[in-house]
Design a protein around this ligand. Structure first.
Ligand code: TNX
Length: 541
């Protein structure tokens, strides 16, 4: 193992030199004040993989791993020093120490990514040298859509491990959508009794004629969520929950029909949606809806300590509001000029509501339409433009343009790609993704909190399908989010690919069902299941 096989590559590495440090049964672990999360993680994860006790030892004892905070380092920065005598990880914060431990794991080889040793009694040598490293962005995220296809709790915990292994620190949890409500809300039990299940599922892109005729569903109890949030916290990952309003809400309307535009359609006849796309069935913009969702958000705030709370705000078609006498009366009463401003009023309500409780609202870039609420942040998904406009207006932005980092989009143009949708975005394309657009001045660019990759699951019916779409591209994304890389065209993709050889072995050890460089294995293909483009349809671009 050398320093040249790390992903993400560190900012600076000196070495390797000397014989290295051998971790064995006698190696002790000393954890300075404030470094307990890493102490537990090292013992629980590395200790299990290598079957080493990593017993508590004295500060400065030879043959030890030492963890300490160092106020001279920036938050999340770390310095990993390996001598013939031991390993020291210093971090600017507890998170910095933890990221240093992730690097240590990579230096130990693929075996360190298993849950138990494959060669008991083997020694593990860490190369000698110094690594100094710090992230480019404070928001390095992945969004997982658990509405379109449910990921059971165990799968979520596993993804948190995978994020941590890539030094990603935000898990955007897309909990509600038209096709399923996944979060237990005590005061509204029907949200999960009714809203967490659909009778059947479109198999493939919405233009496909295939159906999976079996019920699909599931949800997280509040205790599940507490466990997920606490587990994420132990990995220095923040969970940002998303409750999508006022569009993408058909599952909620199916559970509580009075939330819909009852003067336009018979909302009592609506079920949880069984196909994909954008439904016209959106929330009614009235006081009852506001009070209902305040109730939802009250429980959300109790469960999720994150400063940011995502309220969706995307793809809210305005037809029903145009046709609704009640919505039109509301427009008049508020003195706003159109339906976009009505949506803006709706979002602003929750912006104020969240601010009053010490939180901050974040929403998809449609929340810019009709005027962006003060203090709100934007997830820029329809390209860079929403993010540019928001940053120029002084709002914080998370860059996640669909043209670059939507991992549901196919990663190769070949005919074997399973359920191919969207643009072809290869591993190299993701490696060359630049989160900060050139149009922003240095000052405006300060508003780019970071970047995230979004994993929408319409065409991912299983854990294996999610892995296939996410990996290996998440590794390239992690490097983009962590490192300060040259301009896209100048990035050394060949070097990244070379490092990926070691990384594939780590992913194998972790049991990740990634797309192999040579294309999908037979069982990863989905012959006959339509994506888009499909025959007879114009291509998406
Ligand atoms: C657009 S991104 C959506 C999602 C879909 C996704 C599919 C966003 C805010 N809305 O509802 O799942 O495209 O790529």
């Amino acid at each position: 193992m050398t320093f040249e096989q790390l992903i993400p590559a560190p900012a600076r590495a000196e070495g390797p030199g000397g014989d290295g440090f051998v971790l064995d049964a006698s190696t002790t672990l000393w954890a300075g004040p404030g470094t307990q999360t890493t102490e537990h993680w090292l013992r629980g994860t590395l200790g299990a993989a290598l079957r080493l006790p990593l017993a508590p030892g004295a500060e400065g004892a030879p043959g030890s791993v030492a963890l300490r905070l160092d106020s001279e380092l920036e938050a999340e920065a770390y310095r990993l020093t390996v001598t013939g005598d031991g390993v020291e990880i210093r971090g600017g914060t507890a998170a910095g120490v933890f990221w240093g431990a992730q690097t240590l794991r990579q230096l130990l080889g693929a075996a360190a990514f298993r849950r138990a040793p494959i060669a008991p009694g083997r020694e593990y040598t860490v190369p000698q040298g110094v690594i100094e490293d710090a992230p480019r962005f404070g928001w390095r995220g992945m969004m997982l859509d658990v509405s379109r296809h449910f990921t059971p709790k165990e799968g979520v915990l596993r993804y948190l491990d995978l994020l941590a292994a890539h030094k990603l620190n935000v898990f955007h949890f897309h909990l509600t959508d038209d096709q399923g409500w996944r979060l237990e809300i005590k005061r509204y039990p029907k949200l999960t009794e009714v809203g967490a299940w659909r009778s059947r599922t479109k198999w493939g892109h919405r233009q496909s004629e295939l159906w999976d005729e079996k019920p699909h569903g599931g949800f997280y109890t509040q205790d599940d969520i507490r466990e997920i949030v606490a587990y994420a916290d132990s990995l220095h990952i923040t969970v940002v929950p998303e409750i999508d309003i006022p569009g993408h809400s058909q599952a909620a309307i199916a559970a509580y029909p009075e939330l819909g535009n009852t003067d336009v359609i018979d909302t009592a006849a609506l079920g949880v949606w069984d196909t994909w796309g954008v439904t016209p069935n959106v929330l009614a913009p009235n006081d009852h809806t506001l009070r209902f969702y305040e109730g939802v958000f009250e429980e959300v705030l109790e469960l999720f300590p994150s400063t940011f709370i995502h309220v969706g705000g995307d793809e809210c078609p305005k037809e029903q509001w145009k046709d609704s006498a009640a919505a039109q009366a509301r427009i008049e009463e508020l003195g706003v000029s159109n339906e976009d401003e009505l949506q803006s009023w709706f979002i602003r309500h929750f912006d104020k509501w969240l601010s009053a409780r010490g939180r901050r609202l974040i929403g998809w870039d449609e929340i810019l339409e009709g005027g962006l609420a003060e203090g709100a942040a934007v997830s820029s998904w329809r390209g860079y433009s929403g993010g540019i406009a928001a940053a120029q207006a002084g709002h914080d932005v998370v860059m996640c343009p669909e043209q670059h980092v939507y991992l549901d989009h196919r990663q190769h143009g070949g005919p074997d790609e399973p359920v191919p949708i969207g643009w072809v975005r290869t591993l190299e394309d993701v490696y060359r993704f630049e989160p900060v657009p050139a149009q922003l001045s240095a000052e405006e660019a300060e508003h780019v909190l970071g970047t995230q990759a979004n994993v929408w699951t319409e065409v991912m019916e299983s854990h294996g399908r999610v892995d296939y779409q996410v990996f290996p591209r998440l590794a390239a994304f992690a490097e983009v989010a962590w490192r300060t890389l040259p301009a896209p065209a100048e990035r050394d993709f060949a070097d990244f690919e070379r490092r990926m050889t070691a990384h594939y072995a780590r992913l194998d050890a972790l049991g990740v069902d990634y797309r192999p460089p040579g294309g999908p294995l037979p069982w990863q293909q989905r012959p006959g299941v339509g994506g888009r483009p499909i025959e007879g349809l114009p291509p998406m671009v």
